[in-house]
Design a protein around this ligand. Structure first.
Ligand code: MTE
Ligand code: MO
Length: 530
């Protein structure tokens, strides 16, 4: 049946136009991703736009996203971007029925948005980052314009019969063109994936080839009993796969250790350094157990973990470069670390050089760093929140001043300096658990990195504070586990914990938000004893 009713044909045309729009969008994305392989993966439009959104997200919203979606926050963001693009692609497809040129130009506008997003990322090293979005959009615009051709050619002509007669030909043309475009775009997408996979494989091979040397200064042996053997308690050393992860990277950088370089330069650097990975491994390595904490960790939250790190003492490198801390007359009070993905993280030079185990880490729990945690090299400064100390995928260290430069999170309302606040967390029983009356083991962790935990106390409802039993004490920069045997009576009860550190400070009851320098307040858990 060649002649369809006018209404049917309108609906059909609409569907075809929508399909054309989707294909144009699909082409734009796959071509852009293919081109981004040649530029760099972070320059692909979805990553670039997602990154730009993250950069512009106010601290409070970022906090909310981390709370709601945890580590899935980035996936949610990317799916959101794709959903929005789908809607616009369909709309442009429909528009193309009436205004082919305008619709094609609309696709280009999206390309410009993608390009601006890529160029506006803090890490945008070069204008070539705009190329993937622009080339992709151009391809998308051509596809939309071409596919709309057969549809608009069939627009109701004054002589209805003639127009009706031309329709089957146009439909065939449209279907062939559609199939051709779909195949070509899919080809581009697959090629992009394939090439990206090659880069990833190179990075993975470089990681697999690494043999970490033995440390010149091994980690002090952990005393027996640093970890509790209580069901529900966390292990003292967090397995790398369970170690919390917080960063702004939509695609985790996969760097080739063989190509990695670090530059150390700036104010008061007498001998600037450029190091490669082997240069680092040839130095004296230290191995230390250190508990890291994220400033976005809510009271009772999961963004705190402990690992055994292997690395080069940062102080040694700085001294080799002739850097002096402010207390010895050095002109720089801020050390800014920069990553390959454009993160900037500022730490006080004084703290980094005060003798604590600040390091450039190459190993985590006996292996090269996992990609998620900064392979090949990251920075760590015990006692400071990650956003002011723990730059992953580091490639540059610049000595400057706090007055001269605000790094990434400081520009977004977080504090310039942020030592980790003394905190404690109840890990068992879980909130709203219903243990049986009798002895209930309450257990958890407390941390006051670089100060040490002196005491942990528990109280039930508004009763008196009671001392918990502290597990054996690990190194100064690690958390400390504790437990308390609670003679629980039936009913609903609130358990509350507070820690006192070795400076004599006891956790305040006053709750503050995570912004600007970390949450304070005490963790409490409600349980229903049966
Ligand atoms: N390059 C880069 N490094 C980064 C970040 C980041 O977003 N990008 N986030 C920092 C923050 S906020 C924290 S808490 C730690 C988390 O390190 P982890 O993911 O290995 O636990 O990394 C820090 N280093
Ligand atoms: Mo963080």
């Amino acid at each position: 049946m060649l002649v369809v009713s006018t209404r049917g044909s309108t609906a059909l045309k609409g569907a075809a136009a929508a399909l054309g729009g989707l294909l144009a969008g699909y082409t734009a994305l796959t071509v852009a991703e293919l081109v981004s392989v040649a530029v760099r993966p972070e320059a692909g439009p979805v990553t670039a736009v997602g990154g730009a959104v993250i950069d512009r997200t106010p601290a409070a919203v970022k906090d909310w996203a981390i709370r709601e979606f945890g580590t899935a926050d980035k996936l949610v963001l990317q799916l959101g971007i794709l959903a929005l693009l789908t809607v616009f692609a369909v709309a442009l497809g429909l528009l193309a029925l009436r205004r082919r040129r305008t619709a094609a130009a609309g696709v280009l506008v999206f390309g410009v948005v993608g390009a601006l997003a890529a160029a506006g990322r803090p890490d945008s090293a070069s204008p070539t980052d705009t190329v993937p979005s622009l080339v992709g959009a151009l391809a998308g615009a051509v596809v939309l314009y071409a596919l709309a051709g057969p549809l608009t050619a069939a627009a109701p002509a004054p002589e209805g019969a003639a127009a009706g007669g031309s329709r089957p030909v146009d439909r065939r043309r449209f279907l062939l063109a559609t199939a051709g475009v779909a195949a070509a775009a899919t080809g581009a997408g697959l090629a992009g994936r394939r090439l990206n996979a090659t880069t990833v494989a190179g990075a993975e091979a470089s990681r697999a080839a690494i043999r970490l040397p033995a440390p010149a200064s091994p980690a002090p042996e952990l005393p027996r009993g640093v970890g509790l053997r209580v069901p529900g308690a966390v292990p003292f050393t967090t397995p790398s796969g369970d170690f919390y992860r917080v960063d702004t990277a939509l695609t985790v950088p996969r760097l080739d250790a063989g190509r990695w370089r670090l530059r150390l330069h700036g104010k008061g650097v007498e001998r600037p350094l450029t190091l490669d990975f082997q240069d680092l491994l040839r130095r004296d390595l230290i191995e230390r157990d250190i508990t890291m904490t994220c400033v976005s960790n809510e009271v009772g939250g999961p963004y705190v973990s402990t690992a055994r790190w292997l690395g080069v003492r940062l102080k040694d490198l700085l001294e080799e470069a002739g850097v002096r801390p402010p207390s010895r007359g050095g002109p720089a009070d801020q050390l800014v670390a920069r990553s390959t993905d454009g993160m900037t993280i500022g730490s006080p030079v004084e703290t980094v050089m005060d003798g604590r185990d600040a390091m450039l880490a190459v190993g985590m729990n006996g292996e090269p760093l996992p990609f998620d945690h900064g392979f090949p090299v990251r920075m760590l400064v015990p006692g400071l929140y990650g956003y002011v100390s723990a730059c992953k995928w580091i490639e540059d260290i610049e000595l400057t001043t706090f007055a001269d430069y605000d790094p990434y999170w400081v520009e977004r309302d977080w504090a310039r300096e942020a030592p980790i606040k003394t905190q404690s967390r109840i890990d068992t029983p879980k909130p709203f658990a219903s243990p049986a009356a009798g002895t209930v083991v309450v257990a958890g962790v407390a941390w006051a990195q670089h100060k040490g935990i002196e005491r942990v106390e528990l109280r039930v409802d508004d009763g008196p504070w009671q001392q918990a039993r502290l597990a054996a004490e690990g190194p100064l920069d690690t958390w400390r586990q504790w437990s308390w045997e609670w003679p629980a009576t039936a009913g609903s009860h609130t358990l509350q914990v507070r820690a006192t550190d070795r400076t004599g400070y006891t956790q305040t009851a006053k709750r503050t938000r995570t912004v600007p320098d970390g949450a304070s307040g005490r963790h409490s858990v409600v349980v229903n004893v049966t």
